[in-house]
Design a protein around this ligand. Structure first.
Ligand code: PLP
Length: 449
């Protein structure tokens, strides 16, 4: 056989592999439908092990390298998982609203921003000096992913006080914001096809990340459904919650822990709004030992653009996380950690003042929205209202875009947070709150009548 013949045959075989792959995928989709109907999980380890044994045997008969076989097998299993886990919505529809709002602003028009979680206050005054001094001192070089001792100590001291937990510096690691911290945790401790629990309504990025990593979400809407969480590998909670401000009670956390403890599942406690609670908040890390507490300086400390956060958990997990961070970002810039340490060192005083400020924004919002066709509760914390809108015939996305195009008010569609197409998320603690909320009430009232 000459070279051309051989190439033609290789082409043939390759195309046959493509056809076989397509046939396999169509079978996988049928399996996915049946599993969804019966409420079965995406992965079945027994079936996979059995398949692997057959593949390995066939590889042996064909004289193939085991390593190559493993790679082919892993590729096929990941493709089965991807076919079964629905595509995620990226960062969420509120980001689409935000993008369009920015476009309008570029053309020179004012938009009232009530769609993003950007607090109205700036950072503590000592932050800027710290940042500048650290840069002048030359803290602008590579560092280690484990973080600066000063930052870890400040975070440790603050968390021990805030949550009443053992947050020794060895248990703390800085991250570039809490969003990347959550992504790092999911990437480090979970594998494609693992099941991860979530209480709705929830911040859209959790679902986006889970879809990106081919994790299967098990979503519940109240504690009545908590039994459905049996067998999950992890659970993400946020207290106070974005978008509805709900704070988990001790009893709820205990009930949840009982189920998670059965198979040592990981609890990812998104504590982005921990400093912004109007009610007594029980720290999930106090109730459940297997908790990673994810924190940020974005919200209470007004440092959204610094991209600075930190995770607290057991030392072994923190070490594993440091490897992932070392691999992907090398380290959080040290001059930012210095600035963050100063913010955390002033936290007791600062967060007290921020909370008073937040309460006055909430009072203002309740007054401004009085008489608007909205059905809502006063939130227990965080920066948002999550009302039901008494206007029919629109999806929440259409509705948010109508508010933006016709009235230049940006809000987040409820559909991004779960099955809440009759709701909007409104950031009441926003620099635009005063005017924006008044205009929102007027728009809603005029469209109702
Ligand atoms: N977690 C929740 C619940 C949020 O609402 C946000 C931001 O809006 C974040 C995490 C991310 O915060 P950052 O990445 O700025 O720390």
């Amino acid at each position: 056989m000459n070279l051309d013949d051989l190439r033609a045959r290789i082409r043939d075989v390759t195309l046959r592999i493509v056809d076989l792959y397509a046939e396999r995928l169509s079978l996988v989709r049928k399996v996915a439908e049946l599993k969804a109907e019966r409420g079965l999980p995406v992965r079945n380890r027994e079936v996979e092990s059995d398949l692997w044994r057959s593949v390995l045997a066939r590889c042996g008969e064909a004289g193939l390298d085991e390593y190559d076989c493993r790679r082919i097998f892993n590729f096929l299993i990941s493709s089965s998982i991807r076919a079964q886990v629905p595509e995620g919505g990226g960062a969420g529809p509120h980001v689409e609203v935000f993008r369009r709002a920015k476009e309008i602003e570029r053309s020179g028009e004012k938009v009232y921003h009530l769609e993003v979680g950007e607090p109205p206050w700036s950072f503590p005054p000592n932050v800027l000096d710290s940042l500048v001094e650290a840069v002048k001192r030359g803290e602008t070089r590579y560092g280690t992913s484990l973080g600066l001792p000063r930052f870890k100590e400040a975070a440790s001291e603050w968390l021990s006080h805030r949550d009443g937990v053992d947050a020794r510096p060895e248990r703390v690691i800085p991250t570039p914001g809490s969003k990347y911290a959550i992504f790092s945790i999911l990437s480090t401790f979970l594998r494609p096809g693992d099941r991860i629990g979530l209480m709705l309504p929830a911040w859209p990025a959790y679902r986006g990340m889970a879809a990106h990593l081919s994790l299967e979400m098990v979503e519940i809407r109240s504690m009545r459904e908590v039994e459905r969480l049996r067998g999950v590998s992890a659970f993400i909670l946020c207290s106070p919650n974005n978008p509805d401000g709900r704070v988990w009670t001790r009893k709820e956390l205990e009930e949840l822990s009982e189920i998670l403890r059965e198979n040592d599942a990981l609890l990812i406690s998104d504590d982005a709004y921990a400093e912004l609670s109007f009610v007594d908040r029980m720290a999930p890390a106090r109730i459940y030992e297997n908790t990673l507490s994810v924190n940020t300086l974005s919200k209470a400390f007004g440092m959204t653009g610094f991209r600075l956060g930190y995770v607290m958990g057991d030392e072994e997990r923190v070490r594993k996380l440091s490897k992932f961070l070392g691999l992907t970002i090398t380290n959080v810039p040290e001059f930012l950690q210095e600035a963050g340490a100063s913010a955390l060192e002033s936290a007791r005083d600062w967060t007290g003042r921020v909370k008073e400020n937040l309460a006055s924004y909430l009072d203002l919002a309740m007054r401004k929205l009085e008489g608007a066709p909205l059905e809502m509760n006063r939130p227990d914390g965080a920066l948002y209202l999550f009302p039901r809108v008494e206007l029919e015939g629109f999806s929440s996305m259409d509705f948010a875009f109508r508010l933006l195009e016709e009235r230049r008010i940006a809000v987040a569609p409820g559909s991004g947070f779960g099955p809440y197409d009759d709701r909007l998320r409104i950031t009441y603690a926003s620099p635009d709150a005063d005017q924006g909320l008044r205009l929102l009430r007027e728009a809603l009232q005029s469209w109702r009548s």
